[in-house]
Write a protein that binds this ligand. Structure first.
Ligand code: GLA
Length: 361
């Protein structure tokens, strides 16, 4: 059997928290940690998926690709991609696929999108499919929405597909346009896992999504992308406080992404870092998707020299922070941060110094 290997990176969200499903803007970067998918074609018309981390194999006939439940549900990210490809009219041969990953699960680094994109990249090559990169990213998102049942936006899959070494990914979710912006060479990204897993599927994420849609409805706009600070100020007396704060977070995040693009284009790490701190503060107060552990990490990072900015990354409710730091100071900064975090919370943080990497290949 001829072997094919595809790799898809995880991502960090740099600015633009929960803006994607509000048709807004996001800045992210693909990182060098990710998921590899290796395998080949089979004679039998089945999808056979194996995961090193789950220590198991799931085999399903190609014409009966429905979501697995219970202990096999980890396979849904890969099976869902095969199902979406078939649903879109792409013929697939039977295949066997082995997944390995060095991405921490539940850290908010999009391990699930990396599985989807690695699987899609593998199947595209195996079956000789013609799919442009945006189509591939959107198909992976559909697998997550419709097969896995998680109503995420397009950020994770686009970042994993369109990442570029030493560049940020800038996504306009309404126009579905993507571009890369060079990342300052003297800066680095330090991801710090709080050691407390996030629970996106537990409903918090979907609840925030609904609150944002409700805010858009009350403001009379199609999506929060269309709301401005002036509209929010005018609507404040008539809107429930919680709904108003959710909208305020999204409007603020969209503004911060646009300012962040400007800062990054001018290699102004200090300005970018300030936006990251402001983003976290808005998560904490307005969107309420932070945790005491993430707050502690950001607060400690703020007091360490060489840290320019820090915020939670991804969905929130646990997981990791991303800090923008001086590249030459990474060892000192990560050691100080982890020690102080342990002393303050009793939890053990794991730090990942991330190289900004190319997208799936
Ligand atoms: C998760 C989702 C993304 C995005 C982020 C928050 O990572 O999968 O689509 O909504 O949360 O910005």
């Amino acid at each position: 059997m001829q072997q094919i290997t595809a790799f898809a990176p995880g991502r960090v969200e740099l600015l633009g928290n929960h803006t994607d499903y509000n048709e807004g803007y996001v800045l992210s970067a693909a990182i060098h940690y990710g998921v590899s998918a290796t395998g080949g074609a089979l004679e039998e018309p089945v999808a056979r998926v194996n995961s090193e981390a789950m220590d198991g194999t799931v085999e399903v006939p190609l014409d009966a690709l429905t979501p697995r439940t219970g202990g096999d549900s980890w396979a849904n990210y890969a099976l869902g991609v095969a199902a979406m490809l078939r649903g879109a009219g792409h013929a697939l041969p039977g295949f066997s696929l082995g997944l390995t990953s060095d991405l921490p699960v539940g850290a908010g680094l999009s391990s699930s999108a990396a599985v989807e994109v690695a699987t899609a990249t593998f199947l595209k090559k195996l079956a000789g499919l013609s799919l442009d990169p945006l189509e591939l990213a959107k198909l992976c998102r559909r697998a997550e929405n419709e097969f896995v049942g998680m109503n995420c936006g397009l950020l994770d899959q686009v970042s994993s597909v369109f990442g570029k070494a030493q560049c940020a990914v800038c996504l306009d979710c309404r126009r579905e346009s993507v571009r890369n912006i060079p990342f300052p060479a003297d800066l680095a990204l330090l991801v710090t896992h709080s050691g407390v897993k996030h629970a996106l599927v537990s409903g918090e994420y979907n609840e925030r999504r609904e609150q944002c849609f409700e805010a858009a409805r009350l403001l009379g706009v199609l999506a929060l992308r269309d709301a401005s600070r002036a509209m929010l100020d005018a609507a404040r007396p008539s809107m429930p406080d919680k709904t108003w704060r959710r909208a305020s977070h999204i409007v603020g995040e969209n503004d911060r992404v646009l300012e962040g693009i400007h800062a990054m284009e001018n290699a102004d790490g200090e300005a970018f870092g300030r936006l990251m701190f402001a983003s976290h503060e808005s998560s904490r107060l307005n969107f309420e998707n932070s945790t005491p552990e993430l707050d502690a990490l950001v607060d400690i990072a703020c007091g360490i020299s060489g840290v320019l900015g820090s915020r939670l990354t991804g969905g929130g409710f646990g997981g990791a922070t991303v800090s923008l730091i001086l590249a030459g100071e990474a060892d000192r900064i990560s050691g100080t941060l982890a020690d102080a975090y342990h002393a303050r919370t009793g939890h053990t943080a794991v730090t990942y110094l991330c190289r900004i990497a190319d997208g799936a290949h």
